[in-house]
Design a protein around this ligand. Structure first.
Ligand code: NAP
Length: 297
């Protein structure tokens, strides 16, 4: 998608000579891009993020330097909501542990009392962050006849009408839900949103799904909740740090499913993300408004 008119410089923050030549930055894989790093790119005209979440970019610092930041909202809502449901179903119905067991020598006979999961249909889902992705999760959950509660900072009356979702305080969503899914952005306000006190509010049979960003969940609190039986299980597409060090204690937990940040990883979505990333990049380099511009984190 980028023709020979572009010189592609691999991302290397130690390469000052390379950074000095950068006119536009494409970010993927969430590299930290803060004000001091922007200052080392004196020709930088724009930043085009391949993804919707921009917690790794200091947008305020970019705005202060008149460097527009673009992202790819909307095109990944369906694929990320699909993945949220995939993790929810996998956690509820022992898909991962069942797969491991069925591959192993231990599976010798059918046992009706074995690996009894939680019924998804008719259960209660709590969505923290009912935005573009969260609303698509709600749409899917309706097909499972779930009662859906949500918490945002602002009430979404339109979605209450169209999706039948119920607005509740954060603590109520945690205590009443069978499944809690995190679909909010990572901001200073949501960093560590799920910590010891919040896990204590969840049902002991509760299941947490994190499709947001790793640091929205305190990893120590997650470990304590899962290893101490405070909640039943968790499934997370994101971790803090990401990836986890290979000897991290979270990796030892049988009741934690981890996927390697696959939320938007479907062929159609990734192609559209690329198109939007490049469209933003070209507009920014022409000095035109970006098609999809972020103004704050
Ligand atoms: P969005 O449309 O902006 O929705 C975000 C929602 O979160 C809004 O409803 C917002 O409502 C709510 N929110 C913000 N701050 C909150 C807070 N402090 N407490 C509770 N709710 C809060 O964003 P989106 O496009 O759905 O994307 C959401 C996030 O998903 C992204 O930022 C990204 O980090 C993550 N994501 C992950 C993957 C993956 O691969 N795992 C893929 C795509 C996106 P209020 O403003 O009313 O609070």
């Amino acid at each position: 998608m980028l023709g020979p008119e572009f010189e592609i410089i691999p991302w290397n923050v130690k390469d000052d000579a390379g950074l000095a030549r950068v006119e536009a930055a494409i970010t993927y894989g969430h590299p930290l891009l803060d004000g001091p790093l922007m200052d080392r790119m004196p020709k930088l005209k724009m930043i085009s993020n391949h993804g919707v979440g921009v917690d790794h970019i200091d947008v305020a610092a970019a705005v202060a330097r008149k460097i527009p930041v673009g992202n790819t909202p909307g095109c990944l809502d369906n694929s990320t909501a699909d993945m949220t449901m995939a993790l929810l179903l996998a956690a509820a119905r022992n898909v991962v542990t069942g797969d491991r067991f069925a591959h192993s020598a231990e599976f010798t006979h059918y046992d009706p009392a074995f690996m009894i999961g939680q019924e998804v249909t008719g259960s209660v889902l709590g969505i923290i962050g009912l935005g573009r992705i969260g609303r698509q999760v709600a749409k899917r959950a309706r097909a499972f006849d779930m009662r859906i509660m949500y918490f945002n900072r602002n009430r979404d009356a339109a979605s209450e009408q169209t999706l039948g979702v119920e607005y509740m305080p954060f603590e109520t969503v945690l205590s009443k839900s069978d499944f809690v899914t995190l679909n909010c952005p990572l901001t200073p306000e949501t960093r560590g949103l799920m910590s010891h006190a919040q896990f204590d509010l969840m049902k002991p049979t509760g299941i947490l799904i994190n499709m947001a960003r790793g640091p929205v969940v305190d990893p120590e609190a997650l470990y304590a909740a899962l290893s101490g039986g405070r909640i039943a299980c968790a499934a997370t597409d994101v971790t803090d740090p990401e990836p986890l060090p290979r000897d991290h204690k979270l990796l030892s937990l049988p009741n934690l499913i981890i996927t390697p940040h696959l939320g938007s990883a479907s062929n159609r979505t990734r192609h559209r993300m690329l198109e939007m990333t490049v469209a933003n990049l070209r507009a920014g380099l022409r000095g035109e408004p970006l098609f999809w511009q972020v103004f704050k984190n």
